[in-house]
Design a protein around this ligand. Structure first.
Ligand code: 5GP
Ligand code: MN
Length: 360
């Protein structure tokens, strides 16, 4: 665990970084030194992204796995549940173990691991039941993440909420560990993917000159940016576009609080043969309307008995605290998620009431 004076130092650093966004990634020297030492001896590693992994979660875990394997470790990516097919082309995809369908294998991996790396999330709640196994495991735990308010379960914490993606943090970490030479074409491709997806294609305020320097180097290492964009953005099924049409039809504008929300019911999903990831990006359409500061997408998963939320915002409007206050969620200032266990019909008025109370 990080000792107190280091934690204070860390917080002071973060204040400074708030002022100077270009300030280079800070990582507590003793932690870096400890990690470098651990990496010297070949060991068994499990690398875990958050539930419903996205491009950043898969990109960062697969990149980290590839480098660890190059260093002689036995490293496995263990995802809590499946991820969208538009990420299945990623290098290393075929070896990913999905906990939801291979629980026994996953439990064995976790129980026998020397090290568990948790990437792109800040609390073990984000990996459901797998979190209980991780907490029980005797393995050393290392968090690599960019979400605010990290939970203290890890032995080493590389937590950088100011960095736009965990993939960029992984890049910085490889640099600070002086193992950047292991960024081959596959690793570069994975890291590029996560930076791309978590920065809205390099447009969010979290993007810095350092992001672009990293990306330039990744392209030099073999990342084919055009091909990656195509794989991520241009491989949709026609059904996905039909669903987008329905989502756009369902948009409700609350002009008095500069907010828009979209609903998708289970019936609408079924009509379009919904697959994981189909609604990725839909929420952003709300923000493309002039004056709109907050956009909400809510999707009914009737079989799971819940409604899943995506929240997006512009400027300093904090959707993560809103999500935490009303919908058992969290995330980043401008991109957050949450859930409701009420029906979709009951959730809608509750959402509107909550939005008015919080942003009105
Ligand atoms: P998305 O809308 O793409 O599913 O999620 C946006 C961001 O919100 C994610 O990167 C993640 O940080 C956060 N997030 C999404 N769902 C949840 C949730 O259920 N709980 C928490 N704490 N964060 C979430
Ligand atoms: Mn991320």
């Amino acid at each position: 665990m990080i000792i107190a004076h280091e934690w204070n130092e860390y917080q002071m650093y973060k204040k400074r970084r708030n002022v100077d966004n270009n300030y280079l990634c800070f990582m507590i020297e003793t932690q870096l030194h400890q990690l470098a030492q651990w990496l010297h001896t070949p060991s068994k590693m499990v690398i875990i992204p958050h539930k419903n992994p996205d491009g950043d979660a898969m990109g960062s875990t697969l990149a980290w796995q590839n480098v660890m394997q190059q260093l002689g470790h036995t490293a496995t990516v263990l995802a809590p549940n499946p991820y969208p097919t538009f990420l299945h082309w990623m290098p290393g995809h075929s070896d990913v173990v999905i906990y939801e369908s291979e629980e026994e294998k996953g439990n064995k991996l976790v129980a026998e691991a020397d090290f568990i790396f948790t990437l792109d999330f800040n609390t073990l709640k984000r990996i459901d039941d797998l979190g209980i196994r991780v907490a029980e495991s005797k393995a050393k735990k290392i968090m690599i993440d960019h979400h605010q308010e990290p939970e203290g379960y890890a032995d080493l914490m590389f937590s950088e909420p100011h960095i736009g993606s965990t993939c960029e943090l992984v890049y910085q970490l490889l640099e600070r560990l002086d193992i950047r030479k292991h960024i081959n074409k596959e690793v570069a491709t994975c890291i590029y993917t996560g930076i791309l997806t978590d920065t809205g294609s390099f447009r969010f305020p979290s993007v810095t000159a350092n992001t672009h320097k990293a990306v330039a180097h990744l392209i030099e290492c073999g990342a084919n940016h055009s091909h990656i964009h195509e794989q991520i953005k241009d491989t949709a099924r026609p059904d996905r576009l039909k669903l987008l049409g329905i989502a756009l039809q369902n948009m409700v504008f609350l002009y008095d609080i500069n907010t828009v929300y979209i609903t998708l019911s289970q019936d609408e999903l079924d009509a379009c043969h919904f697959q994981k990831g189909d609604a990725e990006g839909f929420v952003n359409y709300g923000l493309s309307v002039e004056g709109i500061k907050v956009a909400v997408l809510m999707i009914e998963y009737r079989h799971e008995g819940l409604v899943k939320f995506s929240f997006r915002s512009k400027g300093d409007v904090a959707v993560n605290t809103f999500a935490k206050t009303y919908f058992d969620g969290g995330g980043h200032l401008n991109a957050a998620g949450g859930i409701s266990k009420r029906s979709l019909a009951q959730t809608k008025p509750f959402l509107v009431e909550s939005l008015r109370a919080y942003f009105g």
